[in-house]
Design a binder for this molecule. Structure first.
Ligand code: FRU
Length: 543
């Protein structure tokens, strides 16, 4: 193991060096998953943006290819920014992306494969008709707020639709364009959706999810007009740097989206991930009939440290995403394929963990692991009560892992050093609020590193789990500087980046802990060391 790069990930998506941000144009084509992403070929900070390209057979092991789209025509000469792929009838992929023109205006362009018989889609050609969409004075759109086209969807009227992220003053919006031929686009009279005070909407995503769907099945983005689907609108809010979503109904004839969940007093409440997570995008995997979510995780280290290590940014483990049976929220779970990296399983029998107790999880590589733990609570007698509503993230920072509670905090200590000078804690803590039991899930980074140049903000959310009648489960993917956690079987996700100075390599320890007064039962614990992801094509020697 190299001592120079203790924070490089082993099984998260990450190029060899330099800056990366948004996932772009994910799709399945020619038997491969294709992932493009915002990339700076020249350094570890944002700039000189091109579309880098990788392919994979399993969404886990990726092979880098040459950059697919880079500045080459006036409509993108100052940068090739985010966009999406659409599979057109006959199986032809088309990419719509934002280009930065010589006047620094944001415009939308199209690129299509040069050679459809190349399953790797290595070469892309741009239309001489670019740009296809430009901000107009009539629509009052500022040329610096007009970007990130979605995957397009087809209505029964034969028109394609696409959304472009935008704002007017502080009113964020998803502008709708329509086209018959995918080249000539006309702006619709009204944006598909907008909200006062939310600021710029980056990287919108709009897709159907099956209602009452116990099989987690995903559907094609062009599925609409049926009453067994609902629609999700996700936007990345530039002001908060979070990915928020709304669930609602979409009328494809009137092109109206009415949100039913996720909105409160005009503010977005639901998030994909309550930690560090941004500019995500889904695609429909027609091979396995599931919808896959990919997202970018920025560093929490200083720019100077990023430059020193030579890279910045990773992507999360691709997640399956579907509508929870309650219809009130989405659920996410790491793709099954990631389990192929698991090795050397450690399994515990049922164990009671007393208040104040900490039990070491031995036998796994604690900097490169996948841990699943489930708790059962039989006694809520000592539960703390919450008198007034408080932002869960704030609650997590006030009541960190070190603050003793009634029922909880209990969970995992990861990247823990000898003597606990450093640790990151992922835990639950239960409160009584207005006669209901409220489950708080936290990722506490406040003690994650002795290097105080890092952002060590704690994250958290309430999880919609009934702690008396359901098990309380936590899965955490640990990968050198990543702590990616799933609570309540995917009802709450919290991703964090940490940079321990002592708890690195074989010095890091992993524990289950309980710092509450009440004992809780660990009903199961399974942990695995994780193999390193590999460049697949080298392995398969197919090419
Ligand atoms: C989101 C974003 C997009 C833009 C791209 C530029 O992170 O700002 O709005 O297209 O990154 O790299």
């Amino acid at each position: 193991k190299s001592n120079h790069q203790p924070y490089r990930t082993a099984y998260h998506f990450q190029p060899l060096k330099n800056w990366i941000n948004d996932p772009n144009g994910p799709m399945r084509y020619g038997g491969f998953y294709h992932l493009f992403y915002q990339y700076n070929p020249k350094g570890a900070v944002w700039g000189n943006i091109v579309w880098a390209h990788s392919v994979s057979k399993d969404l886990v092991n990726w092979t880098p290819l040459d950059h697919a789209i880079h500045p080459s025509q006036p409509s993108d000469i100052k940068g090739c920014w985010s966009g999406s792929a659409t599979i057109l009838p006959g199986g032809k992929p088309a990419i719509l992306y934002t280009g930065i023109d010589p006047n620094n205006h944001q415009v939308q362009n199209i690129a299509i494969p040069k050679n459809m018989s190349d399953p790797l889609l290595r070469e892309w050609k741009k239309s001489p008709k670019n740009p296809l969409m430009e901000p107009t004075i009539a629509n009052k759109i500022n040329s610096s707020s007009f970007r990130d086209p979605t995957t397009s969807w087809l209505g029964k009227d034969g028109f394609w639709r696409v959304l472009i992220g935008s704002k007017i003053d502080t009113k964020g919006m998803a502008i709708l364009y329509k086209s018959k031929n995918f080249v000539d686009w006309v702006e619709a009279k009204h944006p598909l959706h907008s909200a006062e005070g939310t600021g710029m909407w980056e990287c919108p995503d709009f897709y159907p999810v099956l209602d009452k769907n116990l099989l987690r099945t995903g559907v094609d983005t062009s599925r609409n007009g049926d009453d067994d689907v609902r629609h999700v609108l996700k936007v990345s809010l530039d002001d908060t740097k979070h990915d928020h979503y709304l669930i609602g109904s979409y009328d494809v004839v009137k092109d109206v989206f009415v949100p039913e969940n996720g909105f409160e007093d005009n503010g977005f409440v639901l998030r994909y991930d309550y930690g560090k997570y941004y500019a995500s995008k889904t695609f429909f995997d027609d091979g396995k009939n599931r919808r896959i979510l990919l997202g970018w995780v920025n560093e929490s280290s200083s720019v100077a440290d990023d430059v020193k290590k030579g890279w910045s940014g990773i992507h999360t483990i691709p997640r399956e995403i579907w509508l929870h049976e309650s219809g009130k929220q989405l659920v996410q779970w790491p793709v099954k394929e990631i389990e192929n990296l698991r090795m050397n399983p450690v399994n515990w029998p049922t164990k009671v963990i007393k208040g104040g107790e900490r039990i070491s999880i031995t036998g796994v590589d604690s900097v490169q692991a996948d841990v699943e733990i489930s708790f059962e609570i039989s006694d809520l007698g000592k539960v703390e009560s919450l008198r007034k509503w408080i932002d869960p993230q704030l609650l997590c920072s006030q009541k960190g892992a070190g603050v003793k509670g009634g029922v909880g905090p209990f969970g995992l200590l990861v990247f823990a050093s000898q003597g606990l000078k450093e640790y990151t804690a992922v835990f639950f803590r239960i409160f009584k609020y207005q006669d209901k039991n409220l489950v708080l899930m936290c990722s506490d980074q406040s003690r994650s590193s002795l290097n105080k140049d890092n952002d060590m903000t704690s994250y958290g959310t309430f999880v919609d789990v009934d702690p008396l009648h359901e098990k309380l489960s936590l899965r955490t993917l640990i990968d050198h500087s990543v702590v990616e956690s799933f609570g309540g079987e995917g009802r709450a996700c919290v991703t964090a980046r940490v940079y321990p100075t002592l708890a690195i390599h074989d010095k890091a320890m992993l524990y289950a802990f309980n710092n509450g007064t009440s004992a809780v039962k660990i009903t199961s614990l399974s942990a695995w060391s994780m193999k390193k992801a590999k460049d697949q094509l080298k392995l398969t020697s197919e090419y």
